[in-house]
Write a protein that binds this ligand. Structure first.
Ligand code: NAI
Length: 265
């Protein structure tokens, strides 16, 4: 690939992908509203607010692939969810349509499915069950991707990320953890397969305790290697036992299912 755009490149995942994806494209274009530091020789820095539709068109111009990480990455008042995640998603897809429909990897979230129980196994064919406004914005993004594929042929990998951190941080992440290494390997596969279509992938490592089945995305050839079980002893020694009767323990969305809805539009 000649030019890969990473939105949200100053964020937790973006900072790591900036390092790990350097070999994927000749030029990596980095964007965010937060500081991105100095550009390396193979990098371009283009700050842009996702809510700025013309700015987004300029940002996407000349890109052959987009890793879309930017936006509100947790529960927030409706003004922010709509103003950033919903508007930003539409701006991205319209910008892509205006500039040759570069393939998109969309960072969705397991919170689009947070109201399934932790004792259920899910696959990508099951209906969405968001656990809050943030999850709802991810459902909107997923449906936007599907609509732009059906209407225009825009290809997207919808990646429902579980918990993407250096290491699992609590007992729930023994099921939901996605290592940085496995995510980077997935990004490589998404941009290398000849045909992608609009495909939903659970962004989860090869955890013994995982809740999600990626059978419908096997054609990507992605084989996550890390396993949160390697961190189980540390987690069990340091993390308190949760109240098994709380909704946060019953549902896959964990603490998100108990967060209030703040509607301030
Ligand atoms: P993060 O909050 O660290 O990074 C998001 C970035 O988006 C930030 O650098 C922020 O400055 C930028 N941003 C916010 N508003 C913006 C705007 N109006 N215009 C341009 N940029 C803006 O989040 P993280 O953890 O890196 O997540 C990246 C993506 O992955 C997000 O879309 C998040 O929803 C998704 N995700 C992450 C998970 C995780 O475990 N880290 C789990 C599930 C989904």
């Amino acid at each position: 690939m000649h030019r890969l755009l990473i939105t949200g490149a100053a964020g937790g995942i973006g900072r790591i992908m900036r390092q790990k994806l350097a070999s994927l494209a000749t030029i990596v274009r980095l964007s965010d509203i937060s500081d991105l530091g100095e550009a390396a020789p193979h990098e371009e820095i283009m700050p842009c607010d996702l809510a700025d539709s013309q700015g987004m068109r300029d940002l996407v111009d000349g890109c052959d692939g987009i890793l879309h990480l930017g936006g509100m990455a947790g529960e927030a008042p409706s003004s922010q969810i709509v103003g950033i995640n919903i508007t930003g998603c539409l701006n991205l897809y319209e910008a892509a349509r205006a500039h040759g429909m570069p393939r998109i990897l969309l960072a969705s979230s397991q919170h689009a499915m947070g109201f399934y129980r932790q004792d259920e196994q899910l696959d990508a064919t099951m209906p969405m069950r968001p656990d809050g406004l943030y999850g709802l914005s991810k459902c909107f993004s997923e449906l936007t991707a599907q609509m732009y594929f059906d209407k225009f042929g825009q290809e997207t990998a919808i990646v429902r990320i579980g918990s993407c951190f250096e290491a699992p941080r609590d007992r729930r992440m023994l099921a939901t953890w996605l290592s940085y290494e496995d995510f980077a390997a997935l990004v490589h596969r998404v941009f290398k397969v000849p045909r992608l279509g609009c495909t939903t992938v659970w962004g989860v490592s090869n955890n013994d305790a995982r809740w999600w089945d990626n059978r419908t995305a096997n054609f990507l050839g992605w084989q996550p290697k890390d396993n949160a079980a390697d961190h189980r002893d540390r987690i069990e020694a340091t993390q308190p036992m949760p109240d098994r009767t709380s909704r946060a323990s019953i549902y896959q969305g964990g603490p998100f299912v108990e967060k209030p809805i703040v509607h301030d539009l």
